[in-house]
Design a protein around this ligand. Structure first.
Ligand code: ADP
Length: 190
C-alpha cells in the first residue's frame, strides 16, 4: 500500500495538492478537517463537539479524532492506499496511526511536508475566507491561534517521521502544478 501523510500549516495547500495526488496514484484522500466539516453540516453529535473546538482555532481532542479516522479507514475494502491530510496533528495521533496501520500489516510510506512562510499563510487564509465560508478562516485571532497550535503541537510530528527517515520537505511556494510535480517525483522515488 501507498500510505502518505500530507503535512503543513493551515493554508499550506494540503487540500489542493491532495486532489492532484489522488488523481495520479488512485489512493483515498482522508482529510480530518473535511470530515469534521461534513459532521458539522449534518449536525451530528460529533459535529457539534468538533465545532466547539474548531471555532476557537483549537484541536479537536485526540481520542475523538483518532476514533473517527480509524472508522473512515475501515470503510474501505482493499484500498491501494491513503493520503492523510490534516492528520496526524499531534505526536499522540502519529503514534496511534502507526499502531493502527501496523495492526493492518501496513505502515506510512512517507510524510510530505509543505513549507510556506507565515506571512504568506496569513494572506492565503484571508483570501480563502472570502469564498470558502469557513468561519475559522475569517477571524485573524482564530487564524493566529491555529498557527500557534500548529507551531506548538503539530510541528513536532515532523520530527516524529524524521526519526523514522520518512520525512520529505517540499517548498510550498510556487505554482500549484510545479509543487504537484515535486510531490509526484518524491512519491515515485519512495
Ligand atoms: P487547516 O489545515 O486549513 O487549518 P483543516 O481543514 O485541516 O484546516 O482543519 C480545520 C480544523 O479542524 C482545525 O483547525 C482543527 O480544529 C480541526 N482538526 C482537523 N484535523 C484535526 C486533527 N487531526 N486533530 C485535531 N483537530 C483537527
Amino acid at each position: 500500500m501507498l500510505n502518505l501523510v500530507l503535512f503543513g500549516p493551515p493554508g499550506a495547500g494540503k487540500g489542493t495538492q491532495s486532489e492532484n495526488i489522488v488523481k495520479e496514484f488512485e489512493i483515498i484522500h482522508l482529510s480530518t478537517g473535511d470530515i469534521f466539516r461534513h459532521h458539522i453540516k449534518e449536525s451530528t453529535e460529533l459535529g457539534k463537539l468538533a465545532k466547539s473546538y474548531i471555532d476557537k482555532g483549537q484541536l479537536v481532542p485526540d481520542e475523538v479524532t483518532i476514533n473517527m479516522l480509524q472508522e473512515e479507514v475501515n470503510k474501505h475494502d482493499n484500498p491501494k492506499g491513503f493520503i492523510f491530510d490534516g492528520f496526524p496533528r499531534t505526536t499522540a495521533q502519529a503514534e496511534a496511526l502507526d499502531a493502527f496501520l501496523a495492526s493492518k500489516n501496513t505502515s506510512i510510506s512517507g510524510m510530505i511536508a509543505l513549507e510556506v512562510p507565515e506571512e504568506e499563510l496569513k494572506e492565503r487564509l484571508r483570501k480563502r475566507a472570502l469564498d470558502s465560508g469557513r468561519t475559522d478562516d475569517a477571524d485573524p485571532e482564530i487564524i493566529a491561534n491555529r498557527i500557534k497550535v500548529y507551531n506548538n503541537e503539530t510541528a513536532p510530528v515532523k520530527e516524529f517521521y524524521g526519526r523514522q527517515n520518512k520525512l520529505y520537505l517540499i517548498n510550498g511556494l510556487g505554482s500549484i502544478q510545479d509543487i504537484t510535480k515535486e510531490i509526484v517525483k518524491t512519491i515515485n522515488a519512495l
